[in-house]
Design a protein around this ligand. Structure first.
Ligand code: SF4
Ligand code: SF4
Length: 302
């Protein structure tokens, strides 16, 4: 019976566009894993992302996110676009995934409650939950040395989301102990040597963090060899991503206006044109002066 419920829910989520779905019992996160996280924070490797240093109790135990939580349902959505932009990371090309995935999972959560009872809570990068940990624990994929969650046959260009549920099903087999190929290509290719070799990164040396999250002046010696918003290098070199497949989720495809943007067009942008082009994009969370800071740095330190 529990297995039927699990497979029905899995089908509902796959039909909503996910490429992989897994189920884990909602419990406390392993002590060893939390100790790694705590050491990462203590080393300051999270940079100025101070929100990562808050709600440690919730990060340690997702049951604090929903009274009576019994199951974490982890969902991966493939975002690899069919076309790429030289200046923007792949994940940012389409519509803001926070909104797209929440829209897609909301009717699924309603269906779960309606058919199987209980309460649900959807998290799309919006709650202090260890997303990759739960995805690996729920069997969705394995965590690579580049810190990403790698889904078999799909790769690491996936967005993760969770439905926390008060119902129970038989969990999927954990992939927490699975390693990637450990070929080291990501470590070698990283321009800032940000990857620490234990599947974590030092954000202060990571181009993705520096171009998206960091508000101060960019370090003089920082090289931006490619993108001015995000950085796909450690994923692009990963053998798990050597595939021509592209997402089937239409909202993750870039608009023609965005694809036409080049350095000259970006430099000439006004706040109004910026708002219009990036209206539905996660890029709008970065302000125009911030993007222009990156562009200027890119032109001097390619
Ligand atoms: S995103 Fe870029 S800078 Fe950051 S760890 Fe990966 S390769 Fe290095
Ligand atoms: S590039 Fe190699 S070491 Fe890095 S995540 Fe991929 S398989 Fe693992």
């Amino acid at each position: 019976m529990e297995d039927n419920v699990r497979e029905t829910i899995r089908r509902l989520i796959l039909d909503a566009g996910a490429c992989a779905v897994g189920f884990a019992e909602a419990t406390a996160v392993d002590d060893a894993d939390m100790a790694l996280y705590d050491r990462w924070i203590a080393a300051g490797a999270h940079g100025e992302m101070s929100y990562l240093d808050r709600y440690h109790d919730v990060r340690r135990d997702p049951r604090l996110l929903l009274d009576g939580a019994q199951t974490v349902i982890s969902c991966a959505f493939d975002y690899r676009p069919a076309v790429r932009h030289p200046l923007f990371a792949d994940y940012a090309l389409g519509s803001d995934y926070h909104e797209v995935i929440r829209q897609r999972l909301t009717p699924v959560a309603e269906a779960i409650r309606g058919r199987f009872g209980g309460e649900t809570r959807i998290c799309v990068d919006t709650a202090p939950i260890r997303e990759r940990y739960w995805a690996a624990r729920a069997g969705v994929g394995r965590i690579g040395l580049n810190g990403t969650l790698i889904v078999d046959g799909i790769g690491s260009k996936v967005f993760l989301a969770e439905i926390i549920w008060t119902g129970t099903v038989t969990p999927d087999v954990s992939r927490l102990g699975d390693s990637c190929m450990r070929c080291g290509a990501c470590l070698k290719a990283c321009p800032g040597k940000a990857l620490r070799g234990d599947a974590s990164l030092d954000a202060r040396r990571c181009n993705s963090y520096l171009t998206i999250e960091y508000r101060g002046e960019l370090p003089q010696d920082l090289h931006l060899p490619g993108r001015i918003y995000g950085c796909d290098i450690c994923q692009d070199v990963c053998p798990h991503n050597l595939t021509d497949r592209a997402t089937s989720i239409a909202e993750f495809s870039p608009s023609e206006a965005l694809m036409r943007l080049d350095a000259a067009a970006l430099s000439a942008m006004t706040p109004d044109s910026y708002r219009t082009i990036f209206r539905h994009s996660a890029i709008r969370r970065t302000r125009l002066p911030h993007l222009l800071r990156n562009l200027l740095h890119h032109s001097h330190n390619p």
